[in-house]
Design a binder for this molecule. Sequence first.
Ligand SMILES: *[C@@H]1O[C@H](CO)[C@@H](O)[C@H](O)[C@H]1NC(C)=O
Ligand SMILES: *[C@@H]1O[C@H](CO)[C@@H](O)[C@H](O)[C@H]1NC(C)=O
Ligand SMILES: *[C@@H]1O[C@H](CO)[C@@H](O)[C@H](O)[C@H]1NC(C)=O
Ligand SMILES: *[C@@H]1O[C@H](CO)[C@@H](O)[C@H](O)[C@H]1NC(C)=O
Ligand SMILES: *[C@@H]1O[C@H](CO)[C@@H](O)[C@H](O)[C@H]1NC(C)=O
Length: 502
Amino acid sequence: MAIYRHIGLGVFYQVVGIFSIMVFVLKVMDFLTWALLALFSLEHVMGVRNGTQTHEKEVNLQGTGSEDLVTALPGQPNVGFRHYAGYVTVNEKKGRALFYWFYEASTNPDEKPLVLWLNGGPGCSSVGYGATQEIGPFIVDTDGPKLKFNPHSWNREANMLFLESPVGVGFSYSNTTSDYNNLGDEFTANDAYRFLHKWFLKFPSYRRRSFYIAGESYAGKYVPELAEVIYDKNKDSSLFIDLKGFLLGNPETSHAEDWRGMVDYAWSHAVVSDETHKIIRENCNFDSNDTWSNDYCNQAVDEVLKQYKEIDIYSLYTSICIKNSTDSDGKSMEIMFKRTSKMMPRIMGGYNPCLDEYAKAFYNRHDVQKALHVSDGLHLKNWSICNNHIFREWSSSRSSVLPVYKKLISAGLRIWVYSGDTDGRVPVLSTRYSLSALGLPITRAWRPWYHHKQVSGWFQEYKGLTFATFRGAGHSVPVFKPSNSLAFFASFLVGESPPFER
Ligand SMILES: *[C@@H]1O[C@H](CO)[C@@H](O)[C@H](O)[C@H]1NC(C)=O
Ligand SMILES: *[C@@H]1O[C@H](CO)[C@@H](O)[C@H](O)[C@H]1NC(C)=O
Ligand SMILES: *[C@@H]1O[C@H](CO)[C@@H](O)[C@H](O)[C@H]1NC(C)=O
Ligand SMILES: *[C@@H]1O[C@H](CO)[C@@H](O)[C@H](O)[C@H]1NC(C)=O
Ligand SMILES: *[C@@H]1O[C@H](CO)[C@@H](O)[C@H](O)[C@H]1NC(C)=O
């Protein structure tokens, strides 16, 4: 529809602007009515004071967000903030709709920034990972069909928006099946951009809010790419989004540096032999576009992957999930199960590798889908945490987003990158090689940062970028270090170095 087009959307916002003035007048009238009522009704005053009534009225008057208010999520712990879930149509002609879940900040949401969180894959769900395993307020629980309250949820510091992106991921879908074969970085960024503008129409009070994007893994591509689209479109003031910066964890960044870091890390962490590493060093040219035409290189890299299939590449020093059934996508895990059938899934270092399975069970429940406005509770959507078809068929991927970093650093955006140092998939070495290739001047040299008087990791500040490690954390850092991550996130939002004195 026309409103997606540049000018069309601008005009639309002008209309919205006029509408806002009308809304303001209505609100003043509403206030007067309220003041009168308040004189007579103590109950009403209580309701208003606890925030629920005034705010819901606001949402009702200004946007359609209140339709998406989640009121009866099965097994949800009691909380004092509101959350919303539902679809936003990003392309009416093709019938594309993206699913979001939005948690207001637990205190003073009106004063806190808005943060969009994206997981990677490509093809994996920000709801299944980010929201319900990492940084959301409700974490899928291992014993029984319920949710556990996460005291380190990032919505303590910001209003948190989780998006399942692109179509085909989680609950997000397209009615045009050929869309699923055309997915790539650019497609994803453009749909996410349309999503944001349509979402602001639902939640107009966030339209001018300070805005950040955060994500991990393949979102290392999504996040800078979306930031770039926003930055470019911001030249039209009617489309302005107050993007302040982005935050990335164990991000895929640059093809060559990522590969080099992965094989060097496997060797330096005793996953493969000196001999295998030597063959890779002498035969693999990761800068070339036909790396895999060299058989020696191929075989040696296969050896790295073979070793990683035996353990959890995302968390080198914890146990893998040993599945009970044969339903699984992970064949190597089944083999593992047969060989060591006495091994049960274990929780180590706060990490439960079976959470993917529990998330799958939870989101395929009819009452859960109904509560989240995904389906009517009868015709269910088939939710999986990662869509392997998307992963395999991804049609275009930028080989490096370092040029985007350069562009957005000179635009003055705040860019922070962190790395869990026990991840083998996008290891800390990959990130260091990438940042080193950027060649930024160092403004604060390598040193520890602390949390609760312990060294939480190390960090280094560059002109325009902060890099930090998380000691002993795997790929999804907040799963391993929830309290440290929240503190780090708070530092990022205020733009101050993480605590570097004990
Ligand atoms: C706040 O309002 C809700 C809904 O009206 C009510 O259920 C709850 O008890 C109130 N809380 C307080 C602390 O008054
Ligand atoms: C997709 O098709 C279904 C069934 O016709 C329809 O209910 C739904 O609204 C469509 N979705 C979009 C985003 O157009
Ligand atoms: C590989 O890169 C070279 C030089 O940049 C280019 O000429 C060639 O077409 C590329 N090949 C493929 C298969 O992309
Ligand atoms: C496997 O079965 C055991 C015991 O029946 C149970 O405790 C565990 O949670 C199951 N694991 C998964 C991944 O379902
Ligand atoms: C859901 O998707 C899985 C594959 O991810 C497939 O095996 C299963 O048959 C699907 N179920 C339904 C009801 O479509």
